[in-house]
Design a protein around this ligand. Structure first.
Ligand code: C2E
Ligand code: CA
Ligand code: CA
Ligand code: CA
Length: 284
């Protein structure tokens, strides 16, 4: 087991996944794994979509798909309560393909009614190790007639750094398909500028911790402003997540941030609400 652990750590840049080392999960976790399997079969997972606003045009140009689990007895379970666990157990390898397929089907439906937005899905570190990822994405896009540039994949810095060479290889394949790539929670992880230089990404998504009170916190302002400059110098679009107040929104607009996402614009909503919401939205 110790040898397996060392091997897993070597492959994943110091992160050992329970799925690789065959570690026994605790009993209450076993029930959650069973629950997750059932949840998939019983269609208790659903995606909510949170709009992304293009500051300059005042238009909704994209949305992020966020996983929700409507548990029959525990109620709505937020992703922070089960995604880390799904990552540790390897169950994320069953969740992510479902998420991506659901997003691509949704894109096809929206496309059919004239809603042409980019939709992003979140990837975990384990997903980046999957050698079939880009092939599966390509098949889905072809099958549903969705152009690759309508799909964006959000990847955290820590997921990128778990195995940078593997991530690079698989991201290059996705990028070659035309799929958009976004560095999520930018600034809180350990991705170096050297990686930013070589990774084929299209977007930097500033972590909410820097966006909060950016208008009134000089250190946040300095970080956000320099990230906007860096992003633009590298030809990347810069997204601010967790925009909650009019003052944050004004500040971001004035300082050249490209896209905003947050409660100030809209909370994540069920898929069927999004078209009507977009139709009636006017930028503040
Ligand atoms: P994230 O990717 O950073 O997603 C943004 C989170 O911030 C979402 O929480 C969203 O609802 C929340 N949020 C958006 N605007 C605001 C705001 O103005 N204020 C505040 N306080 N929060 C805001 P959520 O949906 O609970 O998701 C949490 C995390 O779970 C996500 O963080 C992501 O890391 C993970 N996650 C969600 N869905 C998936 C998925 O399908 N796959 C994977 N691998 N991870 C997912
Ligand atoms: Ca995200
Ligand atoms: Ca994020
Ligand atoms: Ca975040």
């Amino acid at each position: 087991a110790e040898q397996a652990m060392q091997e897993a750590k070597r492959r994943h840049g110091g992160i050992a996944f329970a799925a690789d080392i065959g570690a026994e999960p605790a009993p209450e976790q076993l029930s959650l794994i069973g629950d997750m399997r059932d949840a998939m079969a019983r269609a208790e997972f659903t995606l909510f979509y949170q709009p992304k606003l293009d500051f300059r045009s005042g238009r909704i140009v994209a949305a992020e798909a966020l996983l929700r689990w409507q548990h029959p007895t525990r109620g709505m379970i937020p992703p922070v309560r089960f995604i880390p666990f799904a990552e540790q157990t390897g169950f994320i390898r069953e969740i992510t393909p479902w998420v991506i397929e659901t997003v691509v089907r949704q894109l096809a439906q929206w496309q059919a009614i004239g809603i042409e937005i980019v939709v992003s899905a979140n990837l975990s570190a384990l997903d980046l190790l999957d050698p079939k990822l880009s092939q599966r994405v390509r098949c889905l896009l072809v099958r549903h007639g969705v152009p690759a540039h309508r799909l964006c994949l959000e990847i955290t810095e820590s997921a990128l750094m778990a195995d940078p060479s593997m991530a690079m290889e698989h991201l290059a394949e996705l990028s070659a398909l035309g799929v958009k790539l976004s560095v999520d929670d930018y600034g809180v992880g350990q991705a170096s500028l050297a990686y930013l230089k070589t990774l084929p990404v299209n977007e930097l998504k500033l972590d909410r911790s820097f966006v909060t009170a950016v208008d009134a916190t000089p250190k946040n302002a300095a970080i956000v402003q320099s990230t906007i400059m860096l992003g633009h110098a590298l030809g990347l679009s810069v997204v601010a997540e967790g925009v909650e107040t009019p003052a944050e929104m004004d500040w971001l607009l004035k300082h050249g941030c490209d896209i905003g996402q947050g409660y100030r614009i809209a909370r994540p909503m069920p898929a069927q609400q999004l078209p009507g919401w977009i139709e009636s939205y006017t930028a503040p």
